[in-house]
Design a binder for this molecule. Sequence first.
Ligand code: MLT
Ligand code: MN
Ligand code: ZN
Length: 306
Amino acid sequence: MQILILGAGAGGGVPQWNCHCDVCAGIRHKKINAKERTQSSIAISSDGKDWILINASPDLRQQINHEPKLWPEDGVKRGTSITSIILTDSQIDHTTGLLTLREGLPLPVHCTDVVYEDLTTGFPLFNMLKHWHGGLQRRVIETDHTAAFKPEGCGTLEFKPVVLESNAPPYSKYRDNIVPGNNIGLKITDTETNKVLFYAPGCMQASPLVKQMLSEADCVLFDGTLWLDDEMISNGFSDRLGTQMGHMPVNGENGAIAMLNEYDIERKILIHINNTNPVLNEDSSAYEALTKQSIELAYDGMEITL
Ligand code: MLT
Ligand code: MN
Ligand code: ZN
């Protein structure tokens, strides 16, 4: 299986347009050693020809234009190598890119019932996009982690939904009151090689199911949004903890590093990294602590072969 990291940042990207925190200002003024990152999206393929897009970021146009693997074969005047789309939630940073795809519809879009509900009410992308070439073709993702599904173009890959505890977007009727399906991770198995990827960009709890997935994975792409639970509060940007937003911190005894350290996984990679996270500065003690523990930080353009 081939994995392309199209965008490794969380909502807002790095740097965020209106943010002048240490990382954003440091990057803008070239004062720190840190990479810019676009907003959260990856693509997966079993054969390197057909690609499944997982989450459609507001930066999707730029991400596709920078990634030749997502372009159609020579001679095709209009087209794409993206054969289907999977959404893990209805957050703005994971869905707004569907608008960018309007010229290339119809495309199949897999999501749970509650994500579909958000995207036909609070943020009615499915309704609006009906008016473009047949629109988004909805496909159902169940909330049962044994309910495997095979999106168009997936080849030997098999996808299973992993219900996660996180949060729904501010516009959603499920905000702070989630039900199974508002947030899922994905267990992706290549049935030819038996290699397993666990992708969980938004997760605030190491539930038994999450632990089971970690014990079965060869590679994990895990929520790296914030270094500290009170990072948004101490920066003066929000009155909410990371866990209230739906993200477990990376550091600390209940953090992602401590959790990942309990498992023997070939590659452990943090993704969906918020611009306030000090780990983005590659000269920081946070970055040193991470790499010492053999955990990687995803970056735009990163390619993983499993
Ligand atoms: C989140 O996962 O909480 C988001 O990045 C929020 C957003 O897109 O604004
Ligand atoms: Mn997000
Ligand atoms: Zn910032």
